[in-house]
Design a protein around this ligand. Sequence first.
Ligand SMILES: Nc1nc2c(ncn2[C@@H]2O[C@H](COP(=O)(O)OP(=O)(O)OP(=O)(O)O)[C@@H](O)[C@H]2O)c(=O)[nH]1
Ligand SMILES: [Mg+2]
Length: 204
Amino acid sequence: MALKIQNAKFITSAPSIKEAPEWELPEIAMVGRSNVGKSSFINALTNRKNLAKTSNTPGKTRLMNFYEIDSHFALVDLPGYGYAKVSKTMQEQWQKNFQVYLKKRRQLVLVIQLIDSRHGPQESDEQMLSWLEKNDIPVILVLTKIDKISRNDVEKHCLASAKAIGLDRDQVFTFSAETKWGKDQMLSFLGEYLASAAQVTSKQ
Ligand SMILES: Nc1nc2c(ncn2[C@@H]2O[C@H](COP(=O)(O)OP(=O)(O)OP(=O)(O)O)[C@@H](O)[C@H]2O)c(=O)[nH]1
Ligand SMILES: [Mg+2]
């Protein structure tokens, strides 16, 4: 069943897993290059303009931001990777912190990796995805800013990105925070995903 998001609230910004909320909500985390549209994706899904801070300046999200959705699950906005203007040491520090989160967080059920539909997967995206797969972390791909490409080319871009990064076509979704393209499809996917994740947990 499709998710109906009614109440989304910001809970905390955590520099590392130690400061993450102590709850039993399943968490879905967003990863992607700086400026790809992670925060906009969260705002569009939750029907909120400024829940997650968006910006034209890449590197805006520096902490892991936790949003509680209808006391049912949580969305986690992670810092973007691959932004050249942030010092290497800083980037490595963030990277280390959120890699620990991705690897160790028991509540994490899914990673949504966002990629700019105009550019397709970059080297840093490929590295991220293979790291996720190596660590057995479930992931889907979302091609963002789909309003920027012609409708006729959408399927072509999906197939090309899936192929370039080595995923199946059905692991690739499209989205526009601007026009809300792909929003209903994403909400039904997440609804079903969370329902089946809950079944797995209750069996354990
Ligand atoms: N046209 C269009 N612009 C978008 C879309 N999604 C995001 N943007 C724009 O892209 C810019 C970056 O968006 P953010 O959501 O802040 O990106 P982010 O991935 O959270 O960036 P960091 O926090 O720096 O990692 C903003 O100017 C957004 O308005 C979209 O679907 N379509
Ligand atoms: Mg952001």
